[in-house]
Design a protein around this ligand. Structure first.
Ligand SMILES: CC(C)(COP(=O)(O)OP(=O)(O)OC[C@H]1O[C@@H](n2cnc3c(N)ncnc32)[C@H](O)[C@@H]1OP(=O)(O)O)[C@@H](O)C(=O)NCCC(=O)NCCS
Length: 273
């Protein structure tokens, strides 16, 4: 099939948040309606409908310094292997090209099969981990930290100014920013589990202590997306009951633009980087 054949690609609006949520829920992802609103409000979301039903999406979220994050690449099980994801990611790349943006994404193994042929190259690796049953919430809440402190540390780790994104997370009901002895992290609600990230720390011991403190003050399941090269951190997590669910491969299309000064222990999420 020619790339221009097939149903048209549409630009979605905030009114499509629930339809987007249906797709991410079908894929058992953790995004909430609020997450979809960030992409639909601050980014560009392309979609394909079959009749009235939204069956495929891909989002481009601009970041500072001529960068953009591509995510929410989702095709309903009923419509896969027809080239829809390829067409939607192509639409994101075309928008990025027109705006002179370098595109980044964190790919699932299925996603790598789509993005490699499009010209994305691998950078770092992530591991999604889950803690099903945190210890009983018997610890006092850990000390809270300011959004300014998180933003500054996140910028050192990503090279991006993500003030808008981090502020949106922090303002949500249930979100908190915690810090202790050289570590800082954000915890926010997800659809099925609370998510820890970004998590920045001076060393693996500080990062593990922070995760432990958070786990002791939470009652439900937790997720985090660890940077795989932080080997001592990963090992510490798996020995304390966290299980690895799946890998993500970070990939880039375009020249390296962001200069990171430290490596995070956990990222904000594969959909946000
Ligand atoms: C990954 C996903 C978006 C692919 O959507 P799609 O519309 O089926 O992808 P395309 O039809 O454009 O596939 C393009 C090529 O990628 C490769 N590919 C796609 N899915 C694949 C899979 N599951 N296994 C192996 N190769 C795959 C194939 O080479 C395919 O070309 P072909 O069909 O001519 O062989 C879809 O399977 C999905 O929504 N999965 C769940 C969510 C997910 O993992 N999203 C990616 C996040 S990074």
């Amino acid at each position: 099939m020619d790339a221009t054949d097939g149903p048209p690609i549409l630009k979605l609006g905030v009114e499509d948040a629930i339809a987007g949520l249906v797709l991410s829920t079908e894929a058992h992802w953790n995004q909430t309606e609020e997450d979809w609103r960030i992409f639909l409000h601050d980014g560009i979301v392309f979609g394909i409908r079959d009749g009235m039903r939204l069956v495929a999406t891909a989002a481009l979220l601009p970041y500072s310094g001529n960068n953009a994050w591509i995510s929410m690449v989702l095709v309903s099980g009923t419509h896969r292997r027809r080239g829809l994801a390829t067409r939607l990611v192509d639409a994101c790349l075309e928008t990025a090209r027109k705006n002179g943006l370098t595109s980044w994404l964190d790919a699932t193994p299925d996603g790598v099969a789509v993005y490699g042929p499009l010209g994305f190259t691998p950078t770092l690796q992530l591991r999604r981990l889950r803690l099903v049953r945190p210890a009983r919430a018997d610890a006092p809440p850990s000390s809270s930290a300011s959004i300014a402190a998180l933003r500054a540390r996140d910028r050192r780790a990503t090279g991006f100014d993500r003030t808008a994104l981090l502020s949106a997370f922090a303002q949500r009901f249930g979100s908190r920013i915690v810090s202790a002895s050289g570590a800082i992290a954000l915890v926010r609600d997800g659809r099925t589990a609370r998510h820890i990230g970004p998590l920045l720390a001076d060393n693996a011991a500080a990062a593990l202590a922070m995760v432990d403190t958070i786990a002791h003050s939470e009652t439900g399941p937790l997720l985090l997306d660890a940077v795989a090269s932080q080997a001592a951190f990963l090992e510490g997590l798996t020995t304390s009951g966290w299980t690895i669910e799946r890998p993500f491969q970070r990939m880039r299309f375009g020249p390296a633009t962001a200069a990171a000064e430290e490596t995070p222990f956990a990222v904000a999420g594969p959909e946000f980087g």
